[in-house]
Design a protein around this ligand. Structure first.
Ligand code: SF4
Length: 81
């Protein structure tokens, strides 16, 4: 929002909020968490770990939690995570 014209303007990545250590307003407001904000490498790592956990869980089944954790540890070590 332009401060004096009071109209919507092009996205500025919420520079004021970021300067204050806050995430962009749209990221915080999204009810389905469709938006994420942060270091791209960190976000990519989280996505890989989440996908690996889902695969390990699907392969081993929920009754095999220990096996799933072992599978996840194996995936992490293979990917250097
Ligand atoms: S709320 Fe989102 S779209 Fe709007 S200015 Fe901030 S970062 Fe850009």
């Amino acid at each position: 929002m332009h401060p004096t014209l009071r109209i919507a303007v092009k996205c500025d990545r919420c520079v004021e909020r970021q300067a204050a250590g806050e995430e962009p307003a749209c990221v915080g407001a999204c009810p389905t968490h469709a938006l994420e904000f942060g270091d791209e490498d960190d976000l990519a790592k989280e996505k890989r770990l989440s996908a690996a956990a889902r695969v390990a869980h699907a392969v081993s089944g929920s009754a095999e939690k220990q096996t799933a954790n072992s599978s996840l540890d194996t995936l992490r070590s293979l990917r250097g995570l």
